[in-house]
Design a protein around this ligand. Structure first.
Ligand SMILES: *[C@@H]1O[C@H](CO)[C@@H](O)[C@H](O)[C@H]1NC(C)=O
Length: 422
C-alpha cells in the first residue's frame, strides 16, 4: 500500500512537473508533436507548444488545427531566407485556395529550431491557438482533430511569412491525444534539449495516418521498397536487356525472359510497399508514385509484348510492331525507373551517401546498357549487308534480341526480310 501510494505520488508529481509530448510521424522523418502545459490543460486556454520536423527535400510541411483545410488554423514551415533556419507562417485555411498569412495568430519560434543534417525543425509556442477566425479548440478536452500537409520540392529559402506556396502533394487529418500531451510549465520549451526533466513522448493515438510507434516499421518498409525497386530497375531489367544484346547461346531468350519476369515480380512487391506508404502519407499525387503507377503498367505489358514479338518474329523473320513496342517500352521503363528512384530519394530523407551510391551504380549500369543497345543495333546492320552474309552465318543471331535457334520454319528467304532491317 505504501509503495502504491508512493507511486501515485511520484506519478502525480511527474505529470505536473514534466512536459509530455504526443507525436505523430506520418512518414519516416516527418513528425508533428504537441505539448500542452498543465495550466493550459486545466483552463482550456493558454500557451501550447508544438514541433514540426521534416527533411529539406520537402518544400514545406504544415500542421493545422481543425478537421479540414477550410477554417483551419495552420502553421506552414519552410526554410528561412538564408536556408539555415526555418520560417513558420501562421495561415488561415480557406478550402481549396492557398491559405493566407494570418497576422492575428501569436506564435514564437523557439530555441532548438533550425536546419541541421538536412532536417528542418520548428519548435513553436502559440499563445492564442484556442480560438481563431473560423474555429476553436478546447485544450482541456481529451482529444482533438488536426491536419497536416506536405509538399515535395526544393527548399523555399524565404523569410516571407506571406510567401506563395504551391498546392500540397499530400494531406490528412488525424487525432492528437490531448490528455497524453498534458504536463509541464508554460515557461519551459519542452522541445529544447536542456529541459529540466525528460519530456514523455507518446505516439499520437487514433491517428488516421499511422503513428510514430510504427516509424521504425515505416523505415523498414521504406528500405525494402527502395531496395526492391532498385534491384528491379538498376539490376534485373537492365541486366536482362544487356544479355539479350551481347550474349549468344542457345536458350538465351529464356534467360532474358526469366530475368525480366523476376524483375516484374520484384517491382510488383516494391510497388505494393510503395502504395502502402503513399496511402499512409496521402501522397499519391506526388510525381514519384504517379510514375510508379505508369511503370507498373509498362512492366506488366512488357512480357506480353515480348512474347508477341518472339512469336511474330519466328513467323515473319523480321521485326513487327510488337518488336518495337517491346524494345521501346523496355528502354523507356528502365530510364523512367532509374529516374523515379532518384525522385523517391528526394521524397524520403535518405543520406547523401545513399544518393551518391545510387547515382554512381545507376550511371554505370546505364552506360553499359546503352553500349549494349548500340552494339546490338550495329551488329544487326552489319548482318544486313549481303556480302558478309554467308561467311557470318554463325554470328547471325548474336547480339540480337531475336536470338534463338533457327529452324527450317524461320529460315531466311532473303537477307532483308530475315533480319527485319526495314
Ligand atoms: C532559429 O531561430 C530561432 C528563433 O529566432 C532561434 O531561437 C534559433 O536559435 C535559430 N536557430 C539557429 C540554428 O540559428
Amino acid at each position: 500500500m505504501k509503495i502504491a501510494a508512493a507511486a501515485l505520488l511520484v506519478s502525480g508529481f511527474l505529470s505536473t512537473t514534466y512536459a509530455a509530448i504526443v507525436q505523430t510521424c506520418p512518414s519516416p522523418g516527418i513528425c508533428y508533436s504537441l505539448s500542452i502545459p498543465d495550466s493550459t490543460s486545466r483552463s482550456g486556454t493558454g500557451d501550447i507548444f508544438f514541433q514540426l520536423t521534416a527533411p529539406t527535400s520537402l518544400e514545406y510541411v504544415a500542421l493545422g488545427q481543425g478537421s479540414g483545410m477550410a477554417g483551419s488554423n495552420m502553421f506552414v514551415m519552410y526554410t528561412s531566407s538564408n536556408g539555415d533556419n526555418v520560417t513558420v507562417s501562421p495561415r488561415l485555411g480557406t478550402g481549396y485556395d492557398m491559405p493566407l498569412y494570418d497576422t492575428s495568430t501569436n506564435i514564437e519560434v523557439l530555441e532548438g529550431s533550425g536546419v541541421s543534417d538536412g532536417i528542418m525543425t520548428a519548435n513553436v509556442r502559440c499563445s492564442n491557438c484556442d480560438t481563431w477566425s473560423g474555429g476553436s479548440m478546447d485544450f482541456s478536452s481529451s482529444s482533438a482533430e488536426w491536419i497536416f500537409a506536405v509538399k515535395a520540392g526544393s527548399s523555399m529559402n524565404s523569410g516571407d511569412l506571406d510567401a506563395n506556396i504551391g498546392i500540397h502533394d499530400g494531406a490528412s487529418s488525424f487525432m492528437f491525444d490531448l490528455a497524453q500531451a498534458r504536463g509541464g510549465s508554460a515557461d519551459v520549451n519542452p522541445f529544447a534539449s536542456t529541459t529540466d526533466g525528460m519530456p514523455v513522448v507518446v505516439s499520437g493515438s487514433d491517428t488516421a495516418s499511422s503513428s510514430s510507434s510504427s516509424s521504425s516499421t515505416g523505415n523498414t518498409i521504406l528500405l525494402a521498397h527502395g531496395a526492391l525497386a532498385s534491384l528491379a530497375f538498376v539490376g534485373l531489367f537492365p541486366v536482362g536487356g544487356i544479355v539479350i544484346r551481347v550474349a549468344n547461346f542457345t536458350g538465351l531468350i529464356w534467360v532474358h525472359a526469366a530475368l525480366q519476369i523476376l524483375g516484374v515480380v520484384t517491382y510488383i512487391a516494391a510497388f505494393g510497399l510503395g502504395v502502402y506508404m503513399a496511402t499512409q502519407m496521402k501522397m499519391l499525387s506526388a510525381a514519384h508514385p504517379i510514375i510508379g503507377i505508369v511503370l507498373l503498367v509498362i512492366v506488366v505489358v512488357q512480357p506480353m509484348a515480348g512474347w508477341l514479338h518472339h512469336r511474330l518474329f519466328k513467323k515473319y523473320s523480321h521485326r513487327t510492331l510488337w518488336s518495337y513496342v517491346h524494345l521501346w517500352n523496355g528502354r523507356a521503363a528502365i530510364v523512367l525507373g532509374m529516374v523515379n528512384g532518384g525522385l523517391g530519394f528526394a521524397l524520403a530523407s535518405v543520406s547523401r551517401g545513399t544518393v551518391i551510391a545510387y547515382s554512381v551504380v545507376t550511371g554505370m549500369v546505364g552506360v553499359v546498357y546503352i553500349a549494349a543497345i548500340v552494339m546490338g543495333e550495329v551488329r544487326r546492320r552489319q548482318r544486313a549487308v549481303p556480302d558478309g552474309e554467308k561467311s557470318q552465318r554463325r554470328d547471325d543471331t548474336s547480339g540480337s534480341e531475336e536470338n534463338m535457334p533457327r529452324t527450317e520454319h524461320n529460315a531466311p528467304r532473303n537477307s532483308s526480310s530475315r533480319l527485319g532491317w526495314r
